[in-house]
Ligand binder design. Sequence first.
Ligand code: HEM
Length: 150
Amino acid sequence: MTIPFLAWLYPWTKALHIIAVIAWMAGLLYLPRLYVYHCETAPGSETSERFKVMERRLYKQIMLPAMMATFVLGIMLALTPGLVDWHHGWMHVKLLAVLLLAGFHGAAGRWRRDFLHDRNTKPQKFFRIANEVPTLLMVVAVVMVVVQPF
Ligand code: HEM
C-alpha cells in the first residue's frame, strides 16, 4: 500500500527522517555513557543527583520525541510510492534493526529508573558493553537502506 500524495513530500520527509534519526542516535549513544560515569558516584551525592537530571532531560526531552518522529517519518517514507519493494529483504532487516533499537531504548529507560531510585546493581562494565549495541544496530539499519544489498 502506498499514498500518492507522499511522493510530493518525499525530499522533506527524508530530510526530517534523517534529522530525527541523528537526534535519536545521539541520545542512544550518550545515555549509556552517562550511566558508565553515574556508576562511579555515591548514591545520594550531589554528582549522582546531577546525573539524574541530565539523564531525565536527555531521555524525555530528546530521545522520546526523536524516536517518535523517526517512526512517523519512516512509516511515511515506507508508504511513499516507488521506494520500498517488499519482495526484497533489505527493508525487513532494517525494520528488525529498528525494532531492536526501540527495545534498547526501552531498556535504557528501565536502567534510568533504577539510577533514579538509587537501586542500580549493574556494574560499570555492563554499561560499557551496552554502549556498543546501538552503534552496531545503526550500522545495519543504514547499510540496509542505503546499499540495499538484497
Ligand atoms: C519505523 C522506523 C523506520 C522506517 C519505517 C524507516 C523507513 C525508511 C524508508 C522507507 C526510507 C527511504 C528509503 C529511500 O529513500 O529509498 C528511509 C530512509 C532512511 N532511513 Fe529509515 N526508517 C526507520 C528508522 C530508521 C532508523 C532507526 C535509522 C538509523 C538508525 C534510519 C536511517 C535511514 C537513513 C540514513 C535513510 C536515508 C537513506 C537514503 O539516503 O536513501 N531509519 N527509512
